[in-house]
Design a protein around this ligand. Structure first.
Ligand code: GDP
Ligand code: MG
Length: 761
């Protein structure tokens, strides 16, 4: 294949794997070989010659003309190239296919070629001129490969700004021969290339170099002759529809120069070429204002000649164009440019992404690993890193890709931005979610710790303000993290929605903590109620032991508590105690921002729990042993003491039996009284159902979990209020009566015995 033919020409072969060097390309590079194969090393060559990073700052010139008219010789003198030239002795065609070389005069200086730098800098030539030496046509050899002429003309026109047409001066005016055939081909090919839907038809400069000029005919005459010939050719070619009236000047500018014989006027040949070389620069000046009336001083490179293929895309473009040409496909340059733009934009994006990946992939991996491990973490400096990576990937892309087809570039840039942003956004969201998670748990811990500290101090701590201040801190931390993770210039890196979610979660945690706090408070208040009831209800039952409030001793002077009113007093003391507790509970709950509903539920629970506490206190009081003792005390108080509370000394004459019977009956009446919680006022059970009330609307199942059902209140229990208020069942009452009577009898017998004994004493 055609790779590095220059190596062969140099006589030394580079072994596979050797790094390419500029020495290998001493004679330039054979872009297309004689088998019409394209050389894939073109990009290597342009890379070595530092053309690739040049953007649009490069120029391309092609030379055309018959075989052996000194084209390669001219180029070598003009541009310091080392294209192969015909050996005088051999006289065989030298240039095969299409060669390319960089201008070695006036090009950038090169560290590896220090002595050349001096020479190059002297010239005023444009930067980065590339020259293509195209295999010429020849009477003898042309027949074999007329096809190549057309193909190379197409290729040159698709790429070059300037076409040097090299011809002997003596051939001017001879409307025949290879030159005319060539020019005809160039014109036809040009129409084929640039007319199709192309709004901005690029112009080209046809630069006629007349060789072996003897100077007898003025250049202006030669010029007229050539232009007339060109115009004739133009008329003769068939033009596409709609372009029948087009003029040759619509597509081409013309320049002319005559050069003396290389051998016969060797010095002038060299100095004329020296002068000619200075024209290969940019900056066309309007003759009317610049004073550059002499055409020979005009620069040859006009911006409108440039094919606008960025240098880094040139190898791909050139290959694509050649591929179309060689396969005889319709060469449509706009399509080629679009394809090139797509290809190059993708390549440039890939390159830009390599640097982006270096910065971003490790962060993505870390975040993914942390999430998998269930421990999402905030990544330090994330916003800075992302901002820098995003700016640099887009900038790197823009710098190179923006030179390509605008539509394609714009689309590819959007694609790149979307791709990059999708990844950065995922990182950003991951960061927010890590901040969310750690923030919520830090908030939970901080509130719990502050509550615990408050409890330890014993003082009543302000739960609501603990929550509020920790919430402010948590939100500030979250916002700081979010702001630090934001990517400058990325509209998606906003955290409003996440902040709202975060606030909601904090509020949820706060409300959960407040519920726990409420439970703790409720437990404290319940405990207080239980202990208060234990005392006060115990006291009421103890009063039974004195027996002086009973019906058996209505004559008592002091106003003892009425036995009949026992339950009224217990109910009163109970409701008072609970109301007191409710007030404490409400005040405390309010202080930490509990809602009215939460307070309502709390009070409802407190009342039910308190009733349970009262019920179990009553049960404790009426436990058999306790109650029997109370009845005995009650009876003995009535039997053994007189109305003034003075102990009786029984004498045999006393009506022991009468007192005994009254006292016993009086105490026995207590049993049915105690058996039912019934108010004397109404002779009905206390209004427990109304007092507890119906469950508040906001009651949750969790609120009901630890509560015992209450008869008459929880109807579905199938237990009535009457049953709830039953303290002693019928059997229990009967048993109690029997045991009490037995006990009373014993006391009576003992008294009787004592009375008789007192007499005998
Ligand atoms: P190419 O085939 O057009 O590239 O021609 P070359 O550069 O290989 O030269 C062909 C022959 O013409 C060589 O023998 C050169 O020495 C000779 N030659 C080069 N320049 C001139 C010139 O200006 N005048 C004349 N008469 N011969 C030249
Ligand atoms: Mg040649």
């Amino acid at each position: 294949h055609a790779s590095s033919p220059s190596v062969v020409m140099n006589g030394h072969f580079a072994s596979v794997g050797d790094a390419p060097s500029r020495e290998q390309y001493e004679h330039g590079i054979q872009v297309v070989n004689e088998n019409k194969e394209f050389n894939h090393d073109l990009s290597t060559y342009l890379g070595l010659e530092r053309i690739i990073p040049a953007g649009f700052n490069y120029h391309l010139i092609s030379v055309f003309g018959s075989q052996s008219t000194g084209k390669s010789t001219l180029l070598n003198h003009l541009f310091g190239t080392e294209f192969g030239v015909m050996n005088e002795a051999d006289r065989r065609q030298t240039t095969k296919g299409i060669w390319m070389s960089i201008n070695k005069r006036g090009a950038i200086s090169d560290a590896t070629n220090g002595d050349g730098a001096e020479v190059r800098k002297t010239g005023r030539m444009a930067d980065n001129i590339l020259i293509m030496d195209v295999e010429g046509t020849d009477g003898r050899e042309r027949g074999e490969d007329q096809d190549f002429e057309r193909k190379s003309a197409l290729f040159a026109l698709a790429t070059s700004e300037v076409l040097i047409v090299n011809m002997w001066e003596t051939q001017v005016g001879l409307y025949q021969g290879a030159n005319m055939g060539l020019l005809k081909t160039v014109f036809e090919v040009n129409l084929q290339l640039f007319v199709k839907g192309n709004k901005n038809i690029p112009r080209s400069l046809l630069f006629f170099v007349l060789r072996d000029s003897i100077g007898t005919t003025p250049l202006s005459n030669l010029r007229q002759t050539i232009l007339k010939d060109l115009s004739n050719i133009w008329t003769s070619i068939s033009k596409p529809e709609g372009l029948e009236q087009s003029r040759i000047e619509d597509y081409f500018d013309f320049a002319f120069v005559a050069l003396p014989h290389k051998v016969l006027q060797a010095d002038k040949f060299v100095s004329d070429i020296e002068k000619l070389s200075t024209r290969f620069r940019g900056g066309y000046k309007d003759p009317k204002t610049s004073g550059l009336l002499n055409e020979e001083d005009q620069p040859v490179f006009l911006p409108e000649y440039h094919r606008r293929i960025p240098a880094d895309g040139f190898p791909v473009y050139a290959e694509g164009v050649w591929d179309q040409i060689v396969n005889n496909k319709d060469l449509d340059l706009p399509t080629q440019q679009e394809l090139l733009a797509q290809f190059r934009c993708d390549e440039i994006a890939r390159e830009a992404l390599i640097i982006f990946d270096e910065a971003i992939t490790p962060l993505e991996e870390k975040q993914a690993a942390d999430i998998t491990a269930g421990t999402p973490k905030v990544i330090p400096d994330l916003g800075k890193t992302m901002t820098a990576a995003r700016a640099s990937v887009l900038k790197n892309f823009e710098t190179e890709a923006s030179r390509y087809h605008k539509g394609v570039y714009t689309r590819k840039r959007a694609e790149l931005e979307t791709k990059v942003d999708a990844r950065l956004k995922a990182l950003f969201k991951g960061q927010l979610s890590a901040a969310h998670k750690s923030g919520v748990s830090a908030f939970t811990d901080a509130v719990s710790a502050a509550v615990k500290a408050g409890q330890k101090k014993g003082a009543s701590y302000d739960f609501a303000s603990i929550v509020e201040s920790e919430k402010q801190k948590a939100i500030a931390r979250f916002e700081e993290t979010a702001r630090a993770a934001a990517v400058e210039g990325a509209p998606w890196s906003d955290h409003k929605q996440e902040l709202n979610l975060y606030r909601k979660d904090l509020d949820e945690v706060a409300s959960r903590l407040r519920k726990e706090e409420m439970r703790r408070l409720a437990t404290r208040v319940e405990r207080w109620v239980r202990s208060r009831l234990g005392e006060s209800v115990g006291l009421e039952f103890n009063k039974l032991g004195s027996g002086r409030g009973g019906s058996g001793a209505p004559e008592h002077g002091e106003k003892p508590a009425s036995e009949k009113d026992l339950w009224d007093r217990i109910w009163a003391v109970f409701t008072e105690t609970v109301e007191h507790a409710e007030a404490r509970f409400t005040e405390r709950a309010r202080s930490f921002d509990a809602s009215p509903e939460e307070v309502e539920v709390g009070i409802w629970r407190l009342r039910r729990k308190s009733w349970g506490a009262l019920r179990s206190k009553i049960d404790e009081e009426v436990m058999e042993g306790n109650l029997l003792l109370k009845l005995r005390e009650n009876f003995e108080d009535k039997f053994r003491y007189d109305a003034d509370g003075v102990p009786r000394i029984w004498r045999p004459t006393d009506d022991i039996e009468g007192v005994y019977t009254r006292a016993r009956e009086s105490t026995l009446q207590l049993i049915p009284l105690l058996a039912r919680f019934r108010l004397a006022r109404t002779s009905a059970p206390p209004p427990l159902d109304a007092w507890i009330g119906t469950p508040p609307a906001s009651v949750q199942p969790a609120d009901e979990e630890d509560m015992a059902p209450i008869g008459g209140v929880d109807e579905e229990e199938g237990k009535s209020l009457e049953e709830e208020m039953t303290v002693l069942g019928d059997a229990k009452q009967a048993d109690l009566s029997a045991r009490f009577k037995k006990m009373a009898d014993a006391v009576y017998v003992e008294a009787k015995r004592g009375a008789i004994g007192g007499v005998t004493q």
